[in-house]
Design a protein around this ligand. Sequence first.
Ligand code: TYM
Length: 324
Amino acid sequence: MRILSGIQPSGALHIGNYLGAIRQYVALQDANDAYYFVADYHALTSVRDAATLHKYVSDVLVDLLALGLDPERAVLFVQSDVPETVELSWLLTSVTPMGWLEKCVSYKDKVQQGLPAEHGLFAYPVLQAADILLYDADLVPVGQDQKQHLEITRDVAERFNHVYGGKKKEVFRLPKPYILDSVAVVPGLDGRKMSKSYSNTIEIFDEPAAIRKKVKKFVTDSTPVEAPKDPDADPLFGLFKLFAKEADRDEVERRYREGGIGYGEVKTRLGEALIETFAEARERRADWVAHPERVAAVRAAGAEKARATARKVLDRARAACGLG
Ligand code: TYM
């Protein structure tokens, strides 16, 4: 199967990105034909400083390599190294009804949080559809917040196929989202979805001391230590169980139900579990950081492979609608 997914370079990656997406990228790269990219065209909607964007792009490449993406097994590339993306995006735009974009919650959300209501932000889902359709993706591993974008991608593909696909109605392959229930929405420090725009994130590669400090900020209620608590209703436990070893998870869950465990202890244990989970990746990261020429070589090789695939699909789409 062809797997494809992307991640925006709009700041340091957080553990929601890891659990909701990157862990699945790594798991799927072995038995499949996988393409993963850094979505820098998309990040233009929020990052407005060239030096900052440059830094974020290389940081995300390094982070993905450190977290286990293997350039021997997956094509790792930067979106803007494949300018074919933008051309396909225009072809798709021409068959996308305004109403489909107007109902997108992610656009409304971002404007509400103060991002300017620009055309790029509005047309964001069409660019995302181009990312996906350009590689004939079958499966797209993402968190729940991307589900609507995947639906629009399928709708746009079907519309294009219908308008231009001739009798067989086949120009684009229809992709499916791959969303794991248990990590579809990873909670942040305030219990809402972990997200940079809510300032409730725990960054994967923060220093251990910073991680310990951050988890202390997890918002909890005032139930006393000795009172029983419902683990299923507590976002702190929700996060802890995703990183804890099975025995620790069972012990903490039992003590929630019986009473006798305070949130402070759970926070401390969560911090240690996070530090341990990413210890090896932190070492690998230092190694990649020390060898920027290797990262550059991975990027160049990824761009070449991605472009070769993209070119074929773009040519198919151009021919279908009468260009060239
Ligand atoms: P982005 O950069 O916001 O997030 C990258 C991935 O992390 C997932 N994610 C989460 N999953 C569970 N819980 C959370 N709290 C959480 N926060 C983030 C996201 O769902 C995503 O899978 N538009 C995309 C980037 C993109 C893309 C694509 C993705 C551009 N083109 C094509 C797939 C295919 C985005 O902004 O993701």
